[in-house]
Design a protein around this ligand. Structure first.
Ligand code: MN
Length: 489
């Protein structure tokens, strides 16, 4: 990095351009970009942060390559941009797998990992520098800088890929890629293989085996490093802020989307790029619809409001649910159901332990929920019978949680062969039991109908037990009621 204050850069370069006749705005774009980089580089910890993440991506590629079969190549494509309507795209988001191995956020790129290749094992194809395109769409890294800044052994323009990649595949026995996920990419890989095949009479050697890349890569992603956990903690902190804002802003008579706006404000305001998934803000009966996302109903006095929302922060997700009374005070029935779900969540969190089977937290939640519902008379018979007959499923129809990481429903198997896998330090799971009493459930007294409660937190498996990273949001009945009373003043 250059020395001195970045602020001085702009006037001096501007004066150089005077009378040169070149497109000033174009130059200005790249000047501003280097100015931003210059400024960032003076922030404390920048160099260290850059080099430590650089090392981490490199270590991940090494680890993956070490697990690949001999004489193989792995191909990973960047996520394609997606059209929303006409010529407007959805906000671009890099594929988690691709980002995990590169830290590279541009579309139209492909990573090839070729263990043992003497001229370089890690090869990137990406968009070339293009001043005209960059003026419209932003700065591109380009192959030359990719070698330096991403630690690639080699990099080529993506437009040359059809000429170069078949040569890299040729002679390799096996190709790893994400088969069957993207038709276009599947076709593309086969096109490259065809090119090699067409030359086979001349001694070309096409690969004989195609393997899923996912199992190897996703096992790596399942165990989070310290720096990944830091990002997940930051995502959870921001989401917690959003949940508190929404809870504090809730008044009977307002609309669900007004609370969603509070969440989104907190996310963006704190540097999150986007929600990790579409937020659920469900009042009253809507809370019994598991994936309710309309978020446009009026919130009424006496409703419970269920909010399931979490932001993504630097490619890491959070996923948090809180349920609270619109008026700030639980009715006796709402409170009774809420207390059961809370107890179930506590039991399930306690069951998150290294060496415990993935199913243990779910079983713990089923037990507490069934006990509670039997006690309230919502389920008939004994607890043991009701667990066996799965009577609880009328009220609790989903599992207690899922892996969370770069994807909100993160990668990684839940079973190994036919057995639930054992939890290990560095795995992160949500714990989110719920009870939903359908508004039209005629088997229960009317006063219970339409109550929907879910409580969800993000939990890390540690060496000695677990750690909840979604902290600081009111959760007990007393905490919620006093928080809302205070906010109402
Ligand atoms: Mn979840």
């Amino acid at each position: 990095m250059g020395s001195g204050s970045g602020l001085l850069l702009i006037p001096s370069v501007n004066s150089c351009l005077q009378g040169s006749g070149v497109d000033v705005s174009l130059h200005l774009a790249s000047v501003v970009a280097s100015y931003m980089l210059e400024r960032l580089s003076h922030e404390p910890g920048f160099e260290e942060k850059m080099s430590s993440s650089f090392r981490e991506y490199k270590a991940r590629r090494k680890e993956l390559m070490a697990q690949m079969e001999p004489n193989s190549i792995a191909l990973l494509a960047a996520a394609p941009p997606r059209v929303r309507n006409n010529d407007a795209d959805y906000l671009y988001r890099q594929s988690s797998d691709f980002y995990y191995l590169t830290g590279f956020t541009e579309p139209r790129a492909l990573l090839a990992l070729i263990p043992g290749r003497k001229q370089g094992e890690v090869v990137l194809f990406c968009q070339e520098k293009d001043p005209q395109k960059e003026l419209w769409d932003g700065i591109l890294l380009g192959p030359d800088a990719a070698i330096e800044e991403l630690g690639m052994d080699d990099a080529f323009p993506i437009n040359d890929i059809d000429d170069i990649l078949p040569g890299l595949i040729e002679g390799r026995d096996r190709v790893y890629y994400a088969m069957g996920k993207d038709d276009k990419f599947d076709d593309q890989v086969m096109e490259w293989v065809k090119v090699i095949r067409s030359k086979s009479k001349l001694g070309g050697h096409p690969p004989g085996e195609f393997l899923m890349l996912d199992p190897l890569l996703h096992e790596l992603r399942l165990i989070k490093s310290k720096s990944e956990l830091k990002l997940m903690e930051q995502a959870a902190r921001i989401s917690a802020e959003g949940h508190k804002r929404a809870m504090a802003a809730c008044r009977p008579g307002c609309r669900e989307y007004e609370l969603e706006a509070e969440l989104l404000y907190a996310f963006k305001r704190n540097g999150s790029q986007a929600p990790a998934y579409t937020s659920i803000v469900a009042a009253g009966d809507n809370a019994c619809i598991l994936h309710y996302i309309e978020n446009d109903a009026e919130i009424k006095e006496g409703d419970l409001v269920l909010i399931d929302a979490g932001c993504e922060y630097q490619y890491y997700a959070s996923d948090i649910t809180r349920t609270f009374p619109a008026s700030g005070k639980f009715s006796p029935e709402q409170k009774a159901i809420y207390e059961i779900v809370l107890k179930a969540q506590e039991a399930a969190i306690d069951a998150v332990q290294p060496g415990a089977a993935w199913d243990e937290p779910h079983k713990a939640s089923v037990k507490v929920i069934t006990q509670g519902l039997v006690k309230l008379g919502l389920i008939k018979g004994t607890v043991a019978q009701a667990i066996k007959s799965e009577a609880y499923r009328d009220f609790y129809m989903h599992r207690v949680g899922h892996w969370i990481g770069m994807d909100v429903h993160d990668v990684g198997d839940y079973k190994i062969d036919d057995d639930w896998r054992l939890m290990e330090p560095g795995m992160v799971t949500t714990i989110e039991p719920g009870i939903y009493i359908a508004p039209n459930n005629r088997k229960v007294a009317k006063k219970w109908r339409g109550i929907g409660v879910r409580i969800e937190d993000d939990v890390v498996v540690t060496r000695n037990g677990n750690r909840v990273i979604s902290k600081g949001i009111p959760k007990t009945v007393a905490e919620i009621e006093s928080f809302m009373a205070e906010a109402a003043q």
